[in-house]
Design a protein around this ligand. Structure first.
Ligand code: UT7
Length: 333
C-alpha cells in the first residue's frame, strides 16, 4: 500500500506577447546574437509591456487557465503559493493578489522567495500540506516580471532574463505516481555574487540608489556559473543514486533554464541524452521561478503517466535542489 503522495494534476502557463530578440538587444547594448547564442543559448525572451501589469497578472492568467483545463472550481482551492523574486509590491504577497484576480476565495496564500529555485521549493512545500491532509488542492505558481529589475544598460545581465508565469495543481493520489524524493539546499554565501542592492529595507530607494543603478540585478556571472554547474549536478546525481535510478530509468530531466552550457553540463554528469532534457531557454530565457513550469507545460503532451522525472534548480541565495517524481497523468489526454 503506497502512502498518499502529492502529485501534479495539471499545468498551465502565461507568456507576454512582446518578443525581445537578440537583434533588438544588440541595438540597446554592445552585444551580438552570436555572443548570446554561444555563451548563453538564448535567442529571444518575452517582456511584459502592458502598463500597470505585474507578475500577478501573468500568474492570475496562468491560474485561470489551469482551473479551466483541470475543470476545477476556484472555490475548491485550499492554498495558493506564489514563487517570485519580482513581487507586485513589497507587501501584500503577490499570491494574495493572484488569488483575488483568479476568484479564489477559500484559500490561504503566501509568497515564497527562493530565487530561481522558487518553484521547486513551492512544490516541496505544497507536498507537505497535501501529504498531511491539511490541503487537498494546492496551486503553486512561478510568476516573474524580471524585466522590472533588469538593467538594459548592462550587457552582462540583460540578455539573460525574461517574463512569464507557470502554474501547477497539486493533489493527493494513492496511485504509484507523485513526488517521491527531494533535496533542497541553500547557502547565504551566494548573496555577494547575486543580489539586488537597493529597494529592500536595508537600503530603501533614494535618489542616490537610483543614480547608482542599484535597483537592478547584480550578478558575478562566472562565480554563479561555477556554483550552478557543480551544485545542480551534485544534487541531481545524489537524487538519482539514493533512488537507485539509472540514466535509462529517467524519462525527463527538467533543469532550470539559466544557461545552455549549465544545462548541458548537468545532463552530462547524469549521463543523460540531450533528447531527455527539456530545453526551451532559446525561446524564453531565464524566467527565474517560472522556468520549470514553462518546461512541463510545453512538454505536457509528451508526458506519460508514471514517467520518472527529475527537476533540478539553482538560483539566488544561493538556493538549489532536485526532486524525483513520477508524472501523474497522460499528457496527450
Ligand atoms: O538563474 C540564476 C543563476 N544564474 C546563472 O546561472 C547565470 C550563470 N552565469 C552565466 O550564465 C554566465 O556567466 C554569463 C552568461 C552571465 C556570462 O557568460 P561568461 O561566459 O561567464 O562571460 P564573462 O562574464 O566571463 O565575460 C566574458 C567576456 C567579457 O569580456 P572581456 O572582459 O573578456 O573582454 C565580458 O565583458 O564577455 C563580455 N561580455 C559580453 N560580450 C558580448 C559579457 N556580456 C556580453 C554580451 N555581449 N552580452
Amino acid at each position: 500500500m503506497i502512502k498518499s503522495r502529492a502529485t501534479i494534476t495539471g499545468i498551465a502557463a502565461e507568456l507576454p506577447d512582446y518578443i525581445l530578440n537578440n537583434d533588438e538587444l544588440s541595438k540597446m547594448v554592445d552585444t551580438s546574437d552570436e555572443w548570446i547564442m554561444t555563451r548563453i543559448g538564448i535567442k529571444e525572451r518575452r517582456i511584459l509591456k502592458e502598463k500597470g501589469a505585474g507578475p500577478s497578472d501573468l500568474g492570475a492568467r496562468a491560474v485561470k487557465k489551469l482551473l479551466e483545463k483541470t475543470e476545477t472550481d476556484a472555490s475548491e482551492i485550499d492554498l495558493l503559493i506564489c514563487a517570485t523574486v519580482t513581487p507586485d509590491h513589497p507587501f501584500p504577497a503577490t499570491a494574495n493578489i493572484i488569488s483575488h484576480k483568479a476568484g479564489i476565495k477559500n484559500a490561504f496564500s503566501f509568497d515564497l522567495n527562493a530565487g530561481c529555485s522558487g518553484f521547486l521549493y513551492a512544490l516541496a512545500t505544497a507536498q507537505q500540506f497535501v501529504e498531511t491532509g491539511m490541503a487537498k488542492k494546492v496551486i503553486i505558481t512561478g510568476a516573474e516580471k524580471m524585466s522590472s529589475i533588469v538593467d538594459y544598460q548592462d550587457r552582462a545581465t540583460c540578455p539573460i532574463f525574461g517574463d512569464a508565469a507557470g502554474a501547477a495543481l497539486i493533489e493527493p493520489t494513492s496511485e504509484d505516481t507523485g513526488i517521491i524524493d527531494s533535496k533542497l539546499q541553500s547557502d547565504g554565501i551566494g548573496f555577494s555574487h547575486l543580489h539586488q542592492k537597493a529597494g529592500g529595507s536595508v537600503r530603501p530607494a533614494s535618489y542616490q540608489s537610483i543614480d547608482n543603478r542599484e535597483h537592478y540585478i547584480y550578478q558575478e556571472g562566472q562565480n554563479v556559473f561555477k556554483w550552478a554547474v557543480s551544485k545542480m549536478a551534485d544534487v541531481a546525481v545524489e537524487i538519482m543514486e539514493r533512488n537507485s535510478l539509472a540514466n535509462e530509468d529517467i524519462a525527463w530531466l527538467v533543469p532550470h533554464q539559466a544557461n545552455m552550457r549549465i544545462i548541458e553540463a548537468v545532463a552530462r554528469r547524469m549521463c543523460l541524452d540531450r533528447n531527455k532534457v527539456m530545453i526551451n531557454i532559446q525561446k524564453y530565457g531565464n524566467t527565474t521561478a517560472a522556468t520549470l513550469p514553462l518546461c512541463l507545460w510545453e512538454w505536457e503532451e509528451r508526458l506519460k503517466k508514471g514517467d520518472n522525472i527529475i527537476l533540478a534548480t539553482f538560483g539566488a541565495g544561493f538556493t538549489w535542489g532536485a526532486m524525483y517524481l513520477k508524472w501523474g497523468y497522460d499528457g496527450s489526454k
